[in-house]
Design a protein around this ligand. Structure first.
Ligand SMILES: [Zn+2]
Length: 68
């Protein structure tokens, strides 16, 4: 359900954010940054990211409800 949610993953080396969808993250184990650092994608990180995406979606839904 959150496959298309985009997460901003900050590089531990330079702090640059790498937006990736949940579907992309499930299919990869790391992100190579331009600075040479690698962002390791472990399941704990992904789980945390998905929880964050879920919170954002809930907040978004809440806004829509208020708007309507
Ligand atoms: Zn970097």
């Amino acid at each position: 359900m959150f496959e298309n949610a985009t997460l901003d993953l900050p590089c531990p080396g330079c702090g640059k954010k790498h937006p990736r969808t949940v579907a992309w993250l499930k299919a990869h184990t790391e992100i190579a940054c331009d600075c040479g650092a690698k962002i390791e994608l472990d399941s704990a990180n992904l789980h945390r990211g998905m929880a964050e995406a879920e919170r954002k979606l809930k907040a978004f839904t809440k806004k829509i409800t208020i708007k309507l």
